[in-house]
Design a protein around this ligand. Structure first.
Ligand SMILES: *Cc1c(COP(=O)(O)O)cnc(C)c1O
Length: 753
């Protein structure tokens, strides 16, 4: 399998979400009831019972997986925020749905006698209208499992989830068995004064949320066929279970079966193997079908009555179902199509209103996503995924990405970046030092880690301990490694594994690191060292970034020298290890360069070294990083007053200035002082005034309305219609993006969004 196919397609889940939504519609319209009670029972009380647990699993998968099972503990706080944000979203949807159905509920007499306890029962457990129980169940379930996980390992939480489900079973399909346990029956009946059913957030939701979290995080052991077969068998058994319980009259309700858990487990595993692409708009459809279908039931009934079509549209259950489904799909499509048109004006209106009452509304969503920072980096997961895809498309078959995550992944944060790349199926990285590699390993990064630079022999044990691969920087260095292997073997704790994994660096003309390409004897000699395991061989191109004929000729020469080395080794009977030579510009400008890896750095982060190159790039790259800082203070500057170190700026007129909490200590280049650089505030450009300080920068906000303390200044990224790219900054600082990015400060927080 190539890396390409490891980028996961999740479209199967979206497709099944839509199927599940129509199963829910079936539960509420009983399409087969006109024909056979058995068939209706099968469809609505057995098959359709898959739908809601499936929705819960999707939530568990995408919302809880990282928090409950993630290995990377660095982003815990942010993961919790993510979960809470989802809970808030569910609560808002629940609120909207409640309001939407309030008139219907009143009309149907649902709110006849509303005591406080009855209201609580309805809002927390039952849902305010007959199908709305899903929202409170999901919220309660999420909060419950997160709380449990706070104190217990995942396995223990899973056991609790299963036990709760077991308890729930006896309030649902297995209720009849309670008559054998008179004492317990009373307990259950007490429970039913709190909630109408046990299929709620307490007994029903947790196990499926947990199952979803596990399905998302743990690799599947099943081939698609076995998952499908597992589903088929367990579903057959569940059908038997359902009919058996029904024939004995044990059911109080029919949402929960013992076999529902394996059914969902196999089904979900199977769906994850469906390779389908689904657009973002279509993805939202299922949710709206779910929310809107009760209204459509009412509408279809109303219209049928009005036009005298009741016999056709309502009394024939199948036609009724199809009519409701079509109406719900149409309404959902209308909402998803219309939503963006409504959303933007609504946001603008909201901002204008907030401004008129003197409240601050920050640009975009940034402040909502990250409310506390002084200065920070936002990283765009979608952009990274897009860049990975675009680069993979460029590579010859068999060639995989080996991203360069050296220098804090070019300022993006090495651990977070490698973690995201791991999730995208990438399993090889290169770093500059053993220290960088060690940090990745200590944070759970998997796959090959190649140290491209020199490692001092004192650090050789790190290579073994953390399973890193070392570049052989010259021939003598190979001998040093070989000898260190001998010595370490003598020590007890290394006796087993004193073999160094290495990639041999070949110097084909850059004259930096590597064994000269014409020293074939030395190169082949390294292959015969018994303490070295040669996993790879590589060279680095130094003139692949321009299109000039001389550079092209030089690059071709380098490539030819490298392939020549490979040929000579082959002739000498040496099995060829993985070979690689292209970095970002190599992939872009020399797509035919074959290799087992492409060591891409800068392009992966969505820019090239210069603005011109980035503009001219043939492949679509999206910048992953934005850089933002808070306005620390705003003040007036009178004519003749100076600001900043060295009094280098003097106001020629009355001005308003803002102090930003970012400086060259954060990597905002000092070369941008005195008007060279700009930032964005509330969609306007603000020029840098005076000299940039280590922790602060002063900008001119005279012509920007209403700038206040706590506002967000965008150093790299967009605000309103304006954009500043890291290429702009590199240009202003007479540097390249690689340098600007890799010098972004340690103290900036990195936030993935
Ligand atoms: C940094 C580095 C790379 C990555 O280069 P980009 O131009 O950022 O893609 C590749 N190979 C070696 C040896 C490097 O040092």
């Amino acid at each position: 399998m190539t890396t390409k196919s490891r980028i996961k397609q999740r479209g199967g889940l979206d497709v099944f979400r839509l199927i599940a939504a129509f199963l829910v519609v079936a539960i509420h319209t009983s399409p087969l009831s006109s024909f056979s009670a058995e068939a209706d029972f099968f469809l609505t009380r057995i098959l359709a019972r898959i739908a809601v647990p499936f929705f819960l699993m999707v939530t568990g998968h995408f919302v809880l997986g990282e928090l409950l099972l993630g290995e990377c503990r660095l982003n815990r706080g942010r993961q919790i925020t993510g979960v809470l944000r989802h809970v808030r979203k569910l609560a808002v949807l629940y609120g909207i749905a409640m309001l939407l159905y309030l008139p219907l509920g009143i009309y149907a007499g649902h709110y006849g006698d509303m005591s406080v306890s009855a209201a609580l029962k309805m809002i927390v457990f039952d849902g305010s209208f007959y199908h709305l129980w899903y929202f409170p169940a999901c919220i309660l379930g999420i909060l419950l499992v997160c709380l449990l996980r706070r104190f217990l390992p995942f396995q223990a939480v899973a056991v609790i989830g299963v036990c709760l489900y077991g308890i729930g079973l006896f309030g649902d399909s297995y209720y009849g068995l309670l008559s054998f346990l008179p004492g317990v029956e009373g307990v259950y009946d007490g429970g039913f004064s709190l909630f109408s059913y046990t299929r709620n957030g307490l007994f029903f939701a947790p196990v499926f949320l947990l199952l979803g979290a596990a399905a998302g995080k743990r690799k599947s052991v099943f081939k698609p066929f076995f998952a499908a077969a597992g589903f088929a068998v367990s579903f057959l058994l569940m059908t038997a279970e359902g009919f058996l319980l029904r024939s004995f009259g044990l059911q109080r309700h029919d949402s929960m079966y013992v076999l529902l858990i394996p059914v969902l487990y196999f089904l979900y595993r199977w769906i994850l193997t469906w390779q389908i692409k689904v657009s973002k708009e279509k993805r939202a459809l299922s949710g709206w079908v779910y929310i809107l279908h009760p209204a459509m039931i009412v509408m279809v009934r109303g219209l049928a009555k009005a036009f005298g079509l009741t016999e056709l549209l309502v009394e024939n259950s199948l036609v009724h179902y199809l009519a409701v489904s079509a109406a719900a799909l149409g309404a959902a499509a209308a909402v998803t199509a219309g939503l963006p048109a409504v959303k933007r004006p609504a946001e603008r209106l909201f901002k204008a209103m907030a401004r008129s009452v003197g409240k601050r509304v920050d640009e975009g969503e940034a402040s909502e996503k990250y409310p506390f920072g002084r200065a920070w980096i936002e990283l765009d997961r979608g952009a990274l995924e897009q860049n990975v895809r675009a680069l993979l498309q460029e590579l010859p078959t068999g060639c995989e990405l080996m991203p360069a995550v050296k220098a804090q992944a070019y300022g993006h944060g090495a651990v977070g970046m490698a973690f995201e790349l791991n999730r995208l199926g990438i399993n090889a990285f290169c770093v500059a030092s053993a220290g960088e590699g060690t940090k990745l390993r200590k944070n759970g990064i998997k796959g090959e880690i190649l140290v491209l630079g020199y490692t001092h022999p004192g650090d050789f044990p790190l290579l073994l301990r953390y399973g890193m691969t070392q570049a052989v920087v010259d021939y003598e260095y190979a001998l040093l490694l070989e000898q260190a292997g001998e010595e370490l073997r003598a020590k007890a704790d290394f006796s087993e594994k004193a073999h160094f994994h290495v990639h041999i660096a070949v110097d084909t003309g850059m004259h930096r690191l590597g064994i000269p390409s014409d020293e074939i004897e030395k190169l082949s000699d390294i292959f015969h060292r018994k303490n070295l395991i040669i996993d790879g061989i590589f060279t680095h191109l130094c003139a692949d970034d321009t299109d000039s004929p001389s550079d092209r000729a030089y690059t071709d020469m380098q490539a030819n020298r490298f392939y020549e080395v490979l040929d000579r080794l082959k002739e000498a009977g040496i099995p060829c290890p993985k070979a690689h030579l292209a970095s970002s510009y190599g992939v872009l400008n020399y797509p035919s360069l074959a290799g087992d890896y492409a060591r891409v750095g800068i392009a992966l982060y969505g820019v090239l070294s210069t603005g011109e190159d980035t503009l001219a790039s043939r492949i679509p790259l999206l910048p992953v990083l934005s850089l933002k800082a808070r306005v620390a203070a705003v003040k007036n500057l009178h004519k003749g007053e100076a600001a900043g170190y060295g009094l280098s700026f003097v106001a020629g007129e009355e001005m308003r200035i803002a102090v930003l909490s970012i400086g060259y200590g954060d990597g905002f280049p000092r070369a941008l002082s005195c008007g060279r650089g700009e930032v964005l505030i509330n969609g306007y450009r603000a020029a840098v005034l005076g000299r940039i300080c280590m922790d602060q920068t002063i900008v001119d906000v005279s012509s920007i309305p209403d700038v206040r303390q706590g506002d967000i200044a965008v150093i790299v990224g967009s605000s309103g219609e304006e954009v500043i790219t890291v290429c702009d900054i590199a240009g202003q600082a007479d540097s390249i993006t690689n340098e600007i990015l890799s010098r972004l400060g340690e103290r900036l927080e990195r936030v993935w969004i």
